[in-house]
Design a protein around this ligand. Structure first.
Ligand code: UDX
Length: 432
């Protein structure tokens, strides 16, 4: 397993759990040391326990040395493909260097399985590279096997995927994949066998669709705001239409994280290179709607403090880009908190899991040890990541801790009536 970040570590642990001998390779010695010691370097429910159990079997180990993985029967490539600084396109340097390190080790027929999210055409290019540079030449098979796991549900999504996609160039590749994933396939998981290009596109198309669905309902929220309609009710009414469905139809502060935002941007950039930029121009609107929600959240908060943040105290509940995660990559919560801080307020943040990451990357913000402490003396409280812990807060008990009872629910997840009954001025995105 080459690359042991979110995707690679989860996949390595789960494959060892399924009974395979797995060696995880990463150039990051600190990550390797942690995983070897049974420490998962990110927050993912259940993964530490599964790591400990699989390490104990002796089937799983981690190393910084590619050489130790040379005799593997198959090589999964799980390295990151972040957004390039200052550009929409994906940074492929990690995948290119992984292939460069792997190629000289391929001395016998082998299958290289790409799982990273890549611009369409990357797999073909990598395969040509391996054929040229591997000692075994064109006896390297390539398969593209996109991964759809969600943070917070990583084990469940890996062990019980809703579909398996195998992008292959020959029946040898397909046979290898059917063997590797036999236990899942036998439980009836649908398998879609495609060419390399389609498999690479499936992943970005899925994320583009999900982002579009979220931005669609957030666009409806914008219309609700000027018509005094309620987007939560609107969304509920839409959800009963089986053709639409209610998942990914929650209006609020919009999407963030390490996948959706950068994947739609990389997809647009790739479409431009391919001369079909018009086909995806709607995604720039999807991105713009998403960004506007953050600005709207700041405006709602500002309205609560008489149009000026100067010398105001703002309590922020949530830092992670979504609940059950410590991931703060492109976090809408920290984006909003930072904008308000820059406008002159003292912003105090609390998150159940993302404090270490938030403190490291956003040192200018103030941090509290609990939700209660974050809102002490606040002029306005902002609910920006919908952790269960925040839904369970008691608005009656909190009422006397704040300077003004203003709460803005950026995730439409709190019980508005309960907060209002406790004397709070409750505002939310897309609702009266
Ligand atoms: C996503 C895809 O779901 C997953 O299949 C892919 O493999 C990686 O990218 P993830 O980034 O873990 O997974 O988060 P996801 O649960 O999809 O949420 C993305 C963002 O959308 C979060 O910020 C979340 O708060 C937001 N969201 C989600 C909404 O604003 N409204 C919704 O209805 C759903």
């Amino acid at each position: 397993m080459i690359g042991t970040s979110y995707l690679g570590a989860t996949h390595a642990i789960c494959m060892a759990h399924l009974g395979y001998d797995v060696i995880g390779v990463d150039v990051d010695a600190e990550k390797v040391a942690k995983l070897t010691a049974g420490v998962v370097p990110f927050f993912e429910p259940g993964l530490t326990e599964l790591l400990e159990a699989t390490l104990a079997t002796g089937r799983l180990r981690f190393t910084t040395s590619y050489d130790e993985a040379a005799d593997a029967d198959v090589h999964f490539v799980c390295v990151g493909t972040p957004q390039r600084r200052g550009e929409n396109a994906a940074d492929l340097s990690y995948i290119e260097s992984a292939m460069a390190s792997l190629a000289p080790l391929l001395t016998r027929p082998t299958v290289v399985i790409g799982k990273s999210t890549v611009p369409v055409g990357t797999a073909e290019r990598m395969l040509a590279f391996l054929h040229e540079h591997a000692p075994v030449g064109n006896q390297v098979e390539m398969v593209w096997n996109p991964e759809f796991l969600r943070e917070g549900w990583a084990i469940e999504d890996t062990l019980h995927p809703d579909r398996l996609v195998f992008g292959v160039t020959s029946s040898t590749g397909e046979k290898a994949m059917r063997e590797i994933f036999a236990s899942m396939i036998s439980t009836g998981v649908p398998v879609v066998v495609t060419d390399l290009a389609t498999a690479q596109l499936v992943k970005v198309a899925a994320n583009a669709f999900l982002a579009t669905k979220i931005s669609f309902i957030n666009a409806m929220a914008e219309v609700c705001e000027v018509t005094h309609a309620d987007v939560k009710k609107l969304s509920e009414a839409l959800s009963y239409d089986g053709r639409i469905g209610g998942r990914f139809l929650h209006a609020g502060l919009g999407f963030g994280g390490g996948c959706l935002p950068k994947d739609i941007r990389a997809f647009m950039a790739r479409a431009g290179e391919l001369g079909v930029d018009q086909a995806l121009s709607f995604l720039s609107e999807v991105d713009a709607i998403n960004q506007r929600r953050r600005a709207r959240m700041v405006d709602l908060a500002r309205e609560c403090v008489d149009d000026s943040f100067k010398r105001r105290k703002v309590g922020v509940l949530g830092a992670a880009f979504k609940p059950n995660s410590d991931d703060i990559r492109d976090s809408p919560a920290l984006d909003v908190a930072t904008r308000i801080h820059k406008a002159g307020a003292q912003v105090t943040v609390y998150d159940p899991a993302a404090m270490v990451n938030a403190r490291r990357d956003y040192p200018a913000l103030t941090y509290a040890a609990s939700a209660e402490e974050a809102i002490d003396g606040a002029d306005v409280v902002l609910h920006l990541t919908e952790w269960q812990e925040f839904r369970e807060l008691d608005p009656v008990a909190l009422a006397d801790r704040v300077r003004q009872r203003h709460i803005v629910d950026g995730r439409n997840a709190l019980d508005a009536e309960r907060w209002r009954a406790a004397g709070w001025h409750y505002r939310a995105l897309g609702r009266p």
